[in-house]
Ligand binder design. Structure first.
Ligand SMILES: CN(C)C(=N)NCCC[C@H](N)C(=O)O
Length: 288
């Protein structure tokens, strides 16, 4: 099993994550809180009340876990393709796999990574939603003092299952959209590259960026539901499950609720995934 695929997935994911986290915080707030009038209003309020640090809330756990999560995604994807087509990463541009195989391998990677991602994503979303400035003298302390405190409080209150709140919505979000992610990347790379050659850096950047946008546009409806399920139960349980969350969100806010955060999600997806794919391809060529 090629270990490099896992390491390349880790490094590339970490680079993308740092770049995209401030956008991710704005997106999560827009999806779960109704106090913001839009992207700019949300950004201004975060900056005014919480300073620049407010945009980076909840980043430490994703950084610590990205090694696991992204190496599972890229490692499982690549090794599933190897099992389906018997071609290694180095041979893949000369003997391209079918799009069906790419889709199946992408869905497999997405399905498995969702379980590794779920607890870390839950803690990230809970911390991103804390609107208190970090050092607020005399003000009410935030519910969670940091990622470890957040994990421990959820564990104490709800046991290990509590750490997987929203995991089902996350799996539904990631399984098909990871297939879309890798298929879009492959289609664009092949369209812009002469047969049998490796794609250029510019091609990898553009294909990676558009793979990010396409998959996130498809993922946004379930991303909204996932974030709401993860925030549920802080005071009292509002939703009985994924379907109930969908129905009551639509009842209260209309169909537009499924597109909350879609603009910022897409704007974030391009640079994050361009950098992720570029570093992934380069690391594998370098080790190749
Ligand atoms: C639609 N989905 C869930 C994805 N395309 N995920 C893969 C991209 C992961 C990247 N770190 C990002 O956060 O964009």
């Amino acid at each position: 099993m090629p270990v490099e695929e896992f390491v390349a997935g880790w490094v590339s994911g970490a680079l993308g994550l740092v770049l995209g986290h401030p956008f991710d915080t704005v997106k999560v707030r827009l999806q779960t809180q109704t106090t913001y009038r839009g992207i700019i209003d949300c950004m201004v309020k975060i900056y005014r009340h919480e300073s620049l640090l407010g945009f980076f809330k909840g980043m430490s756990f994703p950084i610590a876990s990205i090694a696991l999560v992204n190496s599972v995604l890229f490692g499982v994807y690549s090794n599933s393709l190897l099992a389906l087509t018997a071609t290694s990463h180095q041979e893949r541009w000369a003997q391209p796999p079918s799009y069906t195989h790419v889709f199946i391998a992408g869905c497999t990677g997405g399905f498995l990574q969702a379980y590794f991602l779920a607890p870390f994503d839950l803690i990230k979303v809970r911390l991103q939603n804390q609107t208190e400035p970090r050092a607020q003298l005399g003000g009410p302390p935030p519910r969670y003092r940091g990622p470890m405190h957040c994990a421990a409080s959820i564990f104490q209150k709800e046991g290990p299952r509590g750490l997987f709140q929203g995991a089902w919505a996350l799996t539904l979000r990631d399984t098909p959209t990871m297939g879309i992610y890798f298929v879009t990347y492959e289609v664009l790379c092949r369209q812009c590259t002469p047969e049998g050659q490796n794609p250029s850096s510019a091609t990898v950047l553009v294909a990676g960026g558009f793979a990010g946008i396409t998959s996130w546009v498809a993922a946004t409806p379930l991303d909204v539901i996932k974030s709401r399920m993860q925030m549920d139960g802080l005071k009292r349980r509002a939703y009985q499950g994924v379907l109930d969350c969908m129905v009551s969100s639509v009842r209260q806010e209309g169909l537009g609720v499924f597109f909350r955060g879609i603009t910022i999600n897409s704007a974030r997806a391009f640079p994050v995934n361009a950098v992720t794919f570029l570093s992934y391809e380069y690391l594998l060529r370098w080790w190749g």
